[in-house]
Design a binder for this molecule. Structure first.
Ligand SMILES: [Mn+2]
Length: 378
């Protein structure tokens, strides 16, 4: 398809996309299911982030205002910096009680947000998959599972919140009150690194404009609520983690390490490492940043990248997945093992200079890792 003169192809594509969306039978089908339902369950993934909780609350508050009976049911609690959002106190943690089971059994719709696989729902996944309710998926990850009845998903969307906005747009924009706009804004803000990642579009900013106009949000207040609530323990952890920073493959790949020892020494929780990896990515010349988090069973690896240096296939090679520029995987065994394996496979997934393609760690990296592990064992 050729873009008209003077219009950037991406801009043209976005306008084309929005025309397609406004006429989408799938959007209409989802809205009509919501309209006719009276009991709706909304859930999201384990260890929920801003997009997960923000989208859940926005949809929950929107549907409640439309007179629906809503149960928001998750395996894990919200992070502490999101607890102020309107409706957070109504999110229930799954406990298998009769009341919860009965509600799910009688619900006409179960909505799954910000993940597309049963596993990431934790203990509630099996329950939802087994109900007779219509399963609606709203999500922006790659490779969805196939047990959903209706899906509104696009892996190029900046956030689940962006997709949710499209549903509200197809239904009733006047339903976007402050209680819907604030969590929706937080969801968009947190999944786009405060509106700076490559997934940000003119279209997203048009949606944000509507959140200002309809919901009366104040972005400086919302930003401070989410980001200016760090603990001193978390900042001390950041300091320890940044001291492990190292560059590999001629500065194209940057790494940091979070050991269990650092967590116990500083008293910080592992959730407080969220965003650390962006510090590594902010180094000039670094294309991909990796953060290795040691756990009892193995090592969690988070992959973050700039631009077209996609990392989801790299994460998939270790059984993980996610987005093109932000993915994760879990590697069994020691931190050292995970570090070695991930770096050794880098040349298969990232455009690197012709060096170090043997698959082994360079002498320098091996030495670095040794000194790191020794200092941890002291
Ligand atoms: Mn998301």
């Amino acid at each position: 398809m050729l873009a008209p003169k003077g219009l950037r192809p991406t801009a043209f594509f976005q306008i084309f996309q929005s025309i397609v969306r406004s006429a989408s039978p799938m959007l209409e089908a989802i809205v009509s299911e919501f309209k006719s339902a009276s009991r709706i369950v909304i859930s999201t993934h384990t260890r929920p982030d801003g997009d997960a909780i923000g989208s859940q609350l926005a949809l929950g508050n929107y549907l409640r205002a439309k007179g629906k009976e809503v149960m928001m049911l998750d395996q894990d609690p919200s992070p502490y910096n999101l607890e102020w959002m309107p409706g957070t106190d109504l999110i229930e943690l799954y406990d298998g009680s009769l009341r919860q089971l009965e509600f799910v059994a009688q619900a006409e719709i179960v909505v799954i947000l910000d993940t597309n696989v049963q596993d990431r729902l934790g203990s509630v996944g099996k329950l939802f998959r087994g109900t007779s309710a219509k399963k609606i998926l709203i999500d922006h990850h790659t490779d969805p599972e196939h047990w959903f009845d209706l899906t509104w998903q696009r892996d190029t969307a900046s956030s689940t919140a962006e997709l949710l906005f499209e549903i509200f747009e197809a239904w009733d924009l006047d339903g976007i009150t402050y209680d819907v706009a604030a969590p929706l804004y937080v969801a968009m803000m947190t999944d786009t690194g405060s509106f700076r990642f490559s997934n940000v579009s003119a279209n997203l900013h048009r949606m944000v404009a509507q959140l200002f106009e309809k919901g009366g949000i104040d972005p400086s207040i919302l930003h401070a609520e989410v980001y200016d609530k760090k603990s001193i323990e978390g900042i001390k952890l950041l300091s320890s983690v940044l001291s492990t920073i190292d560059l590999h493959h001629e500065g194209r790949i940057g790494t940091v390490v979070v050991t269990r020892r650092m967590l116990s020494d500083t008293g910080a929780s592992v959730e407080e490492t969220d965003g650390f990896v962006n510090q590594v990515l902010s180094i000039e010349g670094v294309l991909v940043a990796l953060i290795f988090t040691e756990t009892e069973r193995g090592t969690k690896v988070s992959f973050r990248s700039k631009g077209t240096n996609h990392v989801h296939k790299w994460a998939q090679s270790f059984g993980g997945g996610g987005h093109r520029n932000a993915s994760g995987a879990f590697i069994l065994g020691s931190l050292e093992n995970a570090f070695r394996k991930a770096l050794a496979s880098a040349p298969q997934f990232v455009d690197l200079p012709n060096l170090e393609t043997s698959g082994d760690l360079s002498d320098e990296d091996a030495e670095y890792l040794n000194s790191l592990m020794n200092s941890q064992n002291n």
